[in-house]
Unconditional design. Sequence first.
Lengths: 293, 753
Amino acid sequence: MNYHSPASFAEASRIAADASGITRFLAGGTDVLVQLRADIVTPDTLIDIKKIPGTGEITRNADGSWTLGVAVPGAELGEHTGLVADWPGVVEAMNLVGSTQVQGRATLTGNLCNGSPAADSVPAMVAASMTATVTGPDGNRIVAVQYIPTGPGKTSLAKGELVSALHIPARGENAGDAYLRFIPRSEMDIAVVGCAVNLRLDGDTVVEARVSLGAVAPTVLLVEDAAAAIIGSTLDDAALDRLASAASAACKPINDKRGTIEFRTEVAGVLAKRVARIAYARAKGEIIKGHHG
Amino acid sequence: MALDDLKTKDFAFVGTRPNRPDGLDKVTGRAKFGADAYAPGMLHGAILRSPHAHARILRIDTSKAEALKDVKAVVTRADFSDKVPFEPGLEGEFWNVLENVMAGDKALYDGHAVAAVAATSALAARDALKLIEVEYEILPHVTDVDKAMLADAPVIREGAADYSVPEGMHPNVVRMHESGHGDVAAGFAEADLVVEDHFTTEATHQGYIEPHACLATLGMDGKGELWCCTQGHWIVQKTCAALLGIETANLRVTASEIGGGFGGKTTVFIEPVALALSRKANKPVKLVMSRSEVFRATGPTASASMDIKIGMKKDGTITAAEGIFRLQGGAFPGGPAEFTAMCAFAPYSLSNVRQVGYDVMTNRPKQAAYRAPGSPMAAFAVESVIDELCNQLGLDPIEVRLKNASREGTKASYGPRFQQIGLVQTLEAAKAHPHLSAPLKPGQGRGISCGFWFNHGGETSVSLALSEDGSAQVMVGTPDIGGSRASMALMAAEVLGIPYDNIRVTIADTATLGYNDVSHGSRVTYASGLATIKAARHAVEKLCERAAKKWGIPVDAVKWENGCAVPSGPNAGDFDPLPLADITANMGQTGGPISGHFEATPEGAGVSFATHIVDAEVDPETGKTRVVRYTVIQDAGKAIHPTYVEGQFQGGAAQGIGWALNEEYIYGEDGRLQNSVFLDYRIPVASDLPMIDTVIVEVPNPGHPFGVRGVGETSICPPLAAIANAVSAAAGVRMRNLPMSPPRILSALKADG
């Protein structure tokens, strides 16, 4: 195994492009090192990107949008009052990953690129319309995060490509986001179903919405029918029921050790309602603290 | 001196709560656990495990692994003793253990060891395993207990059934137990209501935090040293010696600190393999299991399929009870079917009772003891039916249990008459507890259950040596899995009359003390405690002799009081009290070192009962359960160190919550274990548990000098049933299958409409 710690993303990209065998990028390491120790993946090339300048920074841009370095750990997201005020759903989703110890290392970028359909932060990132800068041999390109994972353990990143920054749009007025997951326990678990909602109000009426589901298909889903079910409504009971039906209808889950098809389909609808209510309340200006379950 | 009197009150030390003697070492990381041992020239071992649930081993080629420079030894079954006889049932337990630690002709479950390597690093050992070629012929497998009893089920091993199994049963049924008394048919005829139902529980793992680990040295002179985490190093010594074909006394075994056992460390898994590797490599070999290996290849408890039938009169009197219990214990005899059957109805005084247990083999790992093996599942089934009878007849669940409760003199469902027992007292304490009358919120339900465990005595040796300065060292042979060093020191302090802090209790190795049975059966505070008291009394006899000699009076004119020899009465003479330290200061000149010893197999363990009260809340939209309040009430006989007793009560409840709600062995169609990591084998995390309230009831056990009853196991007997009764009440639908996971509860709610 060859270990590299490049000083720039261009260099990281070059190393990856030239490498043969299995290459892994190391930021927090909470997936890569676990897989290494468990003898699941032993990379031939390990590229540590957290020493690249700027990878540990959280930046609020002049237009109100945010740029996140790829090695910012969950714990720092959770302690950033400005980010939490703007995007509580993204932060609470990331903060649900693993334990307090894991939060000291684990990153949004890693959670995205690990390609798990059950990744907690990904539905929240998708609902928030987040994008990623991808650096490759031909330079940089901007990609919506929802297009990066393509299936369990797989991404759309080509050889030599890596995510070099994450971007969250400006929050804007009268808007809120939220994420909830279902786990049988209270923490330290993996989502059986995850759901994120990001919406904007005009008065009491939902005028924009994005609904995303995790752990119910090979990739995280952006469910446009679910968003349509609540756009134009005041999130009344009828709209919530339509939301639940649309969310359940979008599920293409599997039966496995973590849950059944019936259970995941049913609970996706239940969660969608609960998450939408939190996002709606946040859009109304209520402070609702993140959930830890 | 009246040294054998039962003392049940006016204690100076017993019943206090001093700091644990191993506390500093454990919080500073200084304590040495199984994996903390190192030796010069040490090699690292790794074990190759079968990926198949059931397969004939046609060929093992180890040549490529052996050719590696870093590899110093490779072993297979051929490197173990060929003198261990196969016998049916548990008669051939050494053979069963040998077959389990290293497969012979067949791999019997996913994770079964087939070969092992010792190399210069752990990584080299792991990679060398990949070069061992094993050719398998895959055979049909079965992992479900009911399916394993069907006529067309694959046979795990012909000839494993013992004499107890009737003709015509499937060869996978290897032992049968039947007991009871009265006429159950007549009893059911007398009942106003008979409820008959079927229940299942899944296999759950003991879930100890410390994976198995050992460091083994076995030289060409046939002498060995073994350091390992175990609940009993003499059984390790005896078993390893047999499996390696060496003399028992030539193997010295030292028990490390232990990061949990709960019954799962009462046998051997990796220890004989490490010894075999060491013998072949002529170097020390360290072997440490991964968590995945712990799940796949060490003992979970048995899974169970149970039929219960109970008849009751309108006034709550149970007229008859019958149970059939099928226990799946993996690919070997030993599923605790007889314990399940015997414990099932033990809390109740019954005129007509019958219980049948079947020990059934499947393609799963060999089950190991888990805290009151067999009893929790029995209580789940029986106490669920009693709850259902109470509901249907509109009766109070505590009053019904009190009405039928076993008491002193009751003929137990499993045969003997109970001596002094404390079930009624736990029920009365439950009745009086504020928990029972606290209001429930919407969506919540309350459940109660009783539970029973036999408790055990077992072979026990203790030595106690006094130092010149008047301090004392106590050598016991039962690894400290629940605070026993503190309890032993308190009991010794009580007898000697010296401070707790002046007594150091050590777990002696197999070369420095006589045989000791494993720390199991809730026996340690009872049996090692009894032996410690008797060893201390033996030392006191000698102290009194020295005082008598000094004073020139007969020894029976001296008694021991508050740490001093004193004349037994005014006629004995007028001498100042002689403190222990004054006697030991010059003991070398007055007759030599003073020590006390005791060896026996005490038989008066004293059975134990508990009553638990649980409040649970069920989310009707997701089926998720939260345990919101929990109270454990249990008879401890006498709590030597009440904090440890409370810890045992809470620990049993916590493990019961996991077993009831989310823990389970999940097998795929291919017979492979699907969830061999803690991410998917869901033991409760701290935030899943409420504060578990405890009430210690003390009904002295006449079989122990201070009245002690073991407390470690009974605490896990009622939780499954108490939680199931609470969840069933909250959900409005009877839950008959464990675990009560959210998908299962949601599906039951949907089916119920």
